[in-house]
Design a protein around this ligand. Sequence first.
Ligand SMILES: CC(C)(COP(=O)(O)OP(=O)(O)OC[C@H]1O[C@@H](n2cnc3c(N)ncnc32)[C@H](O)[C@@H]1OP(=O)(O)O)[C@@H](O)C(=O)NCCC(=O)NCCS
Length: 156
Amino acid sequence: MTKSTSLLITYCKLSDLPEIIKIDDFFDDQTDKIYKSNKKQSLLNAIKNQKIIVARCNGKITGYLWFEFLWSYIPFISLIRVKKSYQRTGTGKKLFVFFEKKMIKMKYDRILSSTEEANEISIKFHKSLGFKKCGYFKLSKWIPNKELFYEKTLDN
Ligand SMILES: CC(C)(COP(=O)(O)OP(=O)(O)OC[C@H]1O[C@@H](n2cnc3c(N)ncnc32)[C@H](O)[C@@H]1OP(=O)(O)O)[C@@H](O)C(=O)NCCC(=O)NCCS
């Protein structure tokens, strides 16, 4: 049995916050102080507003997808992260499919996402889900250096 067969995808609960923070700390290479100090409160707000979806395997959180709405009407994936030991087991895809189904049900016609240009795995992941590159931006004094944007149109 692969790790993904016992996966459960749900909205995140407040009690999941410590596990989300643990995953977040593992990946986090951001140096921005404001970003860091606001992170916990932002996560808390997102959980309360049902903007975080989690993957659970044998009761443990193995990944999460954090979304918001650009200009209040375009679904945008702010972050998707899967624990290292669970990567490439279909977890990221299942998180996305759960989210995509919700957005289709709510009649949204596209999903946006973004990734650093240097993140080759993430780019492959996005392409495998049907995303197409739709632009990029570079901000001054900001990490990452170049952020690529991806769009997936939804059939309603
Ligand atoms: C990107 C990420 C979320 C993918 O999650 P995942 O659970 O490992 O991905 P899945 O197992 O669902 O893979 C789905 C498809 O994406 C592609 N893919 C995923 N990881 C890949 C890799 N390491 N190399 C090549 N293709 C890959 C494949 O096409 C894969 O399908 P396949 O396994 O049938 O070939 C995960 O690697 C991760 O958490 N990375 C660190 C954080 C990050 O960079 N997030 C994205 C930017 S916010």
